[in-house]
Design a protein around this ligand. Structure first.
Ligand code: ZN
Length: 686
């Protein structure tokens, strides 16, 4: 694969990751499973590790977690809100103890008692009290900075708004905002009754409720809060973690009631097992046990490693699983055109939630797990995201292997699977309703049509109003404006002047260079760079479209012409020709060409006296930049080389030309001064 295709692939992945981050962190509505998300990230990280130079400016690997929804102002925590390291087995717990004993140069016994408490599946928050008054509440965010949710937190009745006299003048109380399972079910019934989307689980419901822009809505939600710590315990004058909990309780906070002191590893494990059996009867969702060393002096000495305190660990419960029948497999088309198979299941309760759908990731995964409609399958809810099908537990005798569709279920365009990619993609792009908005945003972006005043936000606005559904609609917007229900100048945030400016900006783009036009079409694998290569090679839109049409046949001359271009690989040719073979796309392009004139690329003057000559520039040019001189030479059909050899035709020597000039002299080559060059270039019309 060449760099252009790679770059495109990396950007696609980055884009997809950012999209899912946004859904997960800012909208509490994950669309894929943890495993699918991890796979995306791994693909991405592997690519940028191998090609660090292609790392996108907005690298999602650098922005793990929530960056926060703009609507809520940022709050910097007084002290970092830590996460917890995870343990999955008894051995992990044993290692946790031994590691800490070693660190403190003491015995494992000395670490006890250890407080075990339930790990509530909610949303961490920090409540700041100044002189006893609740002043600021924030989400965990990235640990350093969270979102201001004070107005919403104030609606939670179990959170004290004032602390009793004698409390420290400045303190942040940390804890978990959550929703009881019973309350969650009632809320979802109400959501459904009022035709609103139900929440996936209590955690999402709690998070969604906290992120309400209107605190009056939050006030109607049955949120609760368990405190589990403070940002700095020194002012409390206590020596044990259990004392902090007692203080918080005295101040009126709810604390996790199942809490227990353990005196050995055996104690820890038996508490874990006890809770695991009780789990279905516990009124709130939990996903494990947290163990904390009780002695605060030891906690202090142990400190933290980056994001985790050493003195605590979370022992996670195994994922909840159930077996049910796979009734059907449907296909979901993502906004970048990726087709994802979805398992439609006989509804089954898993860990307190009814599950009717699960992701099947992609066709490779389907084939690998040999999953077919009618099979009994094991479904897993890992954590809280979309459930996944783990394996087939019983094959149905009638089961037929699933045939991945060859046409998009949304727009009926061809579905293309590029040889070294797991995903099937709909080639419809601008013609596919699932992708239209995304494609239109790309269409008007900087490297494409770059229309002033028609950025991502406005494009979304006009798309949702139905005013712009296809690229051609952009260019008929003004003509249709008088006849629409609410003309643009009367829409909120618009006026006569801004509408006129928009129309003027659109009109400015009725003529456009070929490479921008090609890039705007959003053909898979054909990014800005490849578009330039194609434009240079075929010069006119007519020539390019002809070769795209005829090149569909790999035996054709057109296919050969495409594949022979430096920088164009087989996959790109496939994407290009199959794109144009798709009738929906031809309709889009034809309609667009009714309104847009595509400028041809100015042809190289290969017939000039310098045509085909190899030229080397050396030394400092006084009146021209190196780049300009090179561009002049290329316009005249000459090839510019970096080093002098017997194949060099002309060496243009500027000031202080050194070894290259000496070599040219030794080889007896033609040597020009900068003035000679300018004269020749002017004569030849460059
Ligand atoms: Zn489609």
């Amino acid at each position: 694969m060449n760099n252009d295709a790679l770059k495109q692939q990396i950007e696609d992945l980055a884009h997809e990751i950012r999209y899912h981050d946004d859904l997960y962190y800012n909208h509490d509505a994950p669309a894929i499973s943890d495993a699918a998300y991890d796979a995306l990230r791994q693909d991405y990280l592997a690519l940028i590790k191998a090609h660090p130079e292609l790392t996108p400016a907005d690298d999602p690997a650098q922005t793990v977690g929530a960056n926060g929804l703009g609507a809520f102002a940022e709050v910097k925590h007084l002290e970092r809100m830590m996460s917890l390291d995870n343990a999955f087995t008894e051995e992990d717990l044993e290692q946790f103890l031994e590691r800490n004993a070693r660190f403190l140069n003491t015995t494992v016994e000395r670490l006890f008692p250890i407080v075990a408490e339930l790990k509530i599946d909610g949303l961490s928050g920090s409540l700041r009290y100044e002189n006893g008054q609740l002043t600021v509440a924030a989400t965990r965010g990235n640990g350093e900075v969270g979102e201001n949710i004070t107005a919403n937190i104030e609606t939670i009745s179990s959170i004290p708004k004032r602390l009793p006299a004698g409390c420290p003048p400045l303190i942040e109380v940390r804890g978990e905002v959550y929703m009881d399972r019973h309350d969650f079910e009632q809320l979802n019934q109400q959501q459904q009754a009022s035709n609103q989307k139900p929440f996936a689980n209590p955690r999402n419901a709690a998070a969604g409720s906290l992120r309400q822009l209107d605190p009056r809505v939050t006030a109607t939600r049955p949120l609760k809060f368990f405190a589990y710590g403070v940002h700095n315990e020194q002012p409390l004058n206590v020596t044990k973690y259990a004392d902090i909990m007692r203080t918080l309780q005295d101040w009126g906070f709810g604390v996790e009631p199942y809490r227990k002191e353990c005196h050995s590893l055996k104690d820890m494990v038996s508490f874990y097992n006890e809770i695991l059996t009780q789990r279905p009867d516990i009124p709130f969702e939990i996903d494990g046990i947290v163990y904390k060393i009780n002695d605060l002096a030891l906690q202090q000495r142990l400190g933290a490693v980056t994001r985790f305190p050493r003195y605590a660990i979370a022992h996670k419960f195994p994922a909840a699983q159930a077996i049910t029948r796979l009734n059907n497999i449907t296909i979901q088309v993502g906004r970048t055109g990726t087709l994802t198979p979805v398992a439609e299941l006989e509804p089954v309760g898993i860990g307190g939630v009814m599950v009717a759908r699960a992701t099947l990731h992609n066709s490779d995964e389907l084939a690998r797990k040999n999953i077919a409609v009618g099979d009994m399958v094991k479904v897993q809810r890992a954590g809280d995201v979309i459930p996944q099908v783990v394996e087939v537990t019983q094959k149905s005798p009638q089961a037929q292997p699933f045939q991945f569709p060859t046409a998009c279920p949304v727009c009926d365009s061809e579905v293309l699977r590029l040889p070294d990619q797991a995903a099937h993609k709909c080639l419809g792009g601008l013609a596919c309703e699932a992708q239209a908005l995304q494609s239109l945003k790309h269409f008007v972006s900087k490297d494409c049509f770059d229309i002033d005043g028609l950025g991502i936000k406005n494009m979304e606005h006009f798309y949702n109003l139905g005013l712009i559904k296809t690229p051609a609609d952009i260019f008929t917007l003004e003509a249709r404006n008088a006849d629409v229900e609410t003309p643009i100048e009367q829409q909120e945030g618009w006026g006569k002047k801004s509408a006129d400016n928009l129309f003027a900006a659109i009109n400015k783009r009725r003529t456009l260079p070929l490479h921008r036009f090609v890039n705007a079409l959003g053909i898979p694998l054909i990014g800005a760079q490849t578009a330039k290569v194609l434009a240079k090679r075929f010069e006119t839109i007519e020539a390019l479209l002809t070769v795209m049409e005829k090149g569909y046949d790999p035996a054709s001359k057109a296919y050969q012409q495409l594949i022979e271009i430096d920088g164009i690989g087989e996959q790109m040719v496939t994407a290009l020709t199959h794109f144009y073979h798709e009738a929906h796309n031809r309709t889009i392009v034809d309609a667009l060409l009714q309104h847009v004139t595509v400028e041809p690329v100015v042809a190289n003057v290969v017939t000039s006296a310098l045509g085909g000559k190899t030229i080397v520039f050396t030394g400092t040019l006084q009146t021209l930049s190196r780049a300009e001189a090179k561009a002049q030479a290329e316009r005249l059909g000459a090839h510019v080389a970096g080093s002098v050899s017997s194949k060099t035709d002309i060496v243009v020597a500027g000031e202080a030309a050194g070894s290259k000039l000496r070599k040219a002299e030794a080889l007896g080559l033609t040597i020009w001064s900068e003035d000679d060059w300018k004269e020749a270039a002017a004569d030849l019309g460059s």
